[in-house]
Design a protein around this ligand. Sequence first.
Ligand code: MG
Length: 118
Amino acid sequence: MKKKILVVDDEEGLRLLYKEELEDEGALVTLAASGAEALERLEEDSFDLILLDIKMPGMDGVEVLRRIKEKWSDVPVILCTAYPHYKHDFGTWASDAYVVKSSDLGELKKTINEVLSR
Ligand SMILES: [Mg+2]
């Protein structure tokens, strides 16, 4: 059974990169360009994992995470950001893992596999 991953990021290039790389690993990837779109996708479908960007215009990732945990508390969320200092932000404590963005997706893939095998 393929794992269904929802990727939420405002940068199109990153969304497409994640989709290509994660589908190469055998996942089924759905993309959302904003927090609002992510919540819509969650209403329509179920996912095994959510990859969530923090810095997005409109609803930021910390707010999206709060809403996800209210309604879909059993879906693991990995927060992604270019800024390591968010690790200390209390709003991010509710995420299941935290990854600093890098052009090398090795750490991200490792974290995804770890979270999915819990
Ligand atoms: Mg962003």
